[in-house]
Design a protein around this ligand. Structure first.
Ligand SMILES: NC(=O)c1ccc[n+]([C@@H]2O[C@H](COP(=O)([O-])OP(=O)(O)OC[C@H]3O[C@@H](n4cnc5c(N)ncnc54)[C@H](O)[C@@H]3O)[C@@H](O)[C@H]2O)c1
Length: 347
């Protein structure tokens, strides 16, 4: 039997307990729940009790020194992703870090460099790549069914979906608003399905007309008086291969439905909507729409954790690379920079 991987958790909040830890539990015979670190010691203790971690720390540096860990999941606010990942990689630990990779491209580059220097796996939790619709879309694109993809329209919009918990309104802790929180998933998925081409030119706009005012709060009251982020971001990305991505993302805007998450690909031989999965083609002089009759049920977070473990075991290539994280983060930086300066960013 293979030796169990000693797991450390850093940041024991919502996504750690709802997605990461249940994901590792499915590999009970391969993963040992060694230690958990959270600045909120009480929270760390609770999570340790619930999931059976052997030891608890309120400081991840001490944990990395004291425990001989093989893997960590980083589930802290975005501000800490880079420093924590670099420390863990430096301690010879494989890292699964929550999205976004970091707050800026410079931070993501430093993380990628630490992964290379220490020869350790660094993956990001882009769970949407592992949704059954995305997996099927990937197979359709790879088969050539829709031809070369020349345009992607990516949307993740919410009418009033600013979380009232956590630190979502803090620019310092999060790095931004819906673009870095939601848009990051959709831009990653679009780039992934398009073969992760290099960006060429980026134009962006951001707004905060609703977030800075008191209003209906179905996700709990948010700190509208200290609202440092955008509530909507729009971006146009032209890629070096000539293809384009349009991104629209919001925490708040007056719209229907309450939430919309879509990704539409246009290819020379067909079109494809990922959510819900649908393919559009001309066949025998007829325009046809193809629906899926059945898709497997799969949890994207758990499937990505399965890949992370397989990658550490050398049984599969890592599904997400540090270099993809850097490329993605450069696009986010460019959208924010363009929004701030009013200028396009040419790479
Ligand atoms: N992939 C997804 O579907 C998904 C969904 C939600 C959140 N996330 C990401 O997960 C991360 C955490 O989000 P969340 O919703 O779980 O937040 P959360 O506020 O529920 O949890 C964050 C935890 O980190 C702890 N923490 C803060 N600073 C720390 C530090 N320096 N060292 C150790 N612990 C520290 C906090 O005490 C808290 O327990 C964010 O990066 C977010 O973008 C991803």
């Amino acid at each position: 039997m293979q030796q169990r991987l000693r797991l450390g958790l850093i940041g024991a909040g919502g996504i750690a307990t709802s997605a990461h830890l249940p994901g590792y539990q499915a590999f009970g015979d391969q993963v040992e729940f060694a230690a958990v670190a959270d600045v909120n010691g009480e929270r760390a203790q609770q999570v340790a009790m619930q999931f059976g971690f052997a030891r608890v720390y309120n400081d991840y540096v001490t944990m990395l020194k004291a425990e001989q860990l093989d893997v960590v999941s980083i589930c802290t606010p975005n501000k800490f992703h880079a420093a924590v990942a670099i420390a863990a990689l430096g301690a010879g630990v494989h890292v699964l870090c929550e999205k976004p990779p970091a707050r800026t491209a410079a931070e993501a580059e430093a993380m990628a460099e630490a992964a290379r220097a220490n020869n350790r796996i660094l993956m990001y939790m882009f769970n949407n790549r592992f949704r059954p619709e995305s997996q099927a879309a990937s197979r359709f694109v790879e088969s050539g069914m829709i031809g070369p993809v020349y345009a992607a329209r990516a949307r993740w919009l919410r009418r009033r979906g600013i979380p009232g918990w956590g630190v979502f309104t803090s620019k310092e802790l999060q790095g931004g608003g819906p673009l870095i929180d939601l848009g990051v998933h959709m831009i990653d998925l679009a780039l992934h399905l398009m073969g992760y081409p290099e960006p060429d030119l980026v134009v962006g706009s951001t707004y905060n007309h609703l977030g800075t005012k008191l209003g209906p709060a179905p996700w709990g009251p948010w700190d509208w008086q200290n609202f440092e982020i955008e509530d909507m971001a729009l971006g146009f990305v032209r890629l070096k291969n000539g293809a384009s991505i349009i991104i629209e993302t919001s925490f708040m805007e007056h719209m229907e439905p309450m939430e919309e998450m879509t990704l539409m690909l246009s290819g020379a031989e067909g079109g494809l909507n990922v959510f819900p999965l649908k393919v559009f083609k001309d066949m025998n002089d007829t325009m046809v729409n193809i629906n899926s009759a059945w898709l497997p049920v799969a949890n994207g977070h758990h499937a990505l954790i399965a890949n992370f473990i397989a990658a550490i075991r050398g049984e599969a290539p890592p599904a997400v690379t540090p270099e993809e994280g850097v490329k993605l983060q450069r696009i986010l930086d460019a959208i924010y920079h363009s929004a701030e300066t009013g200028e396009a960013v040419k790479f």
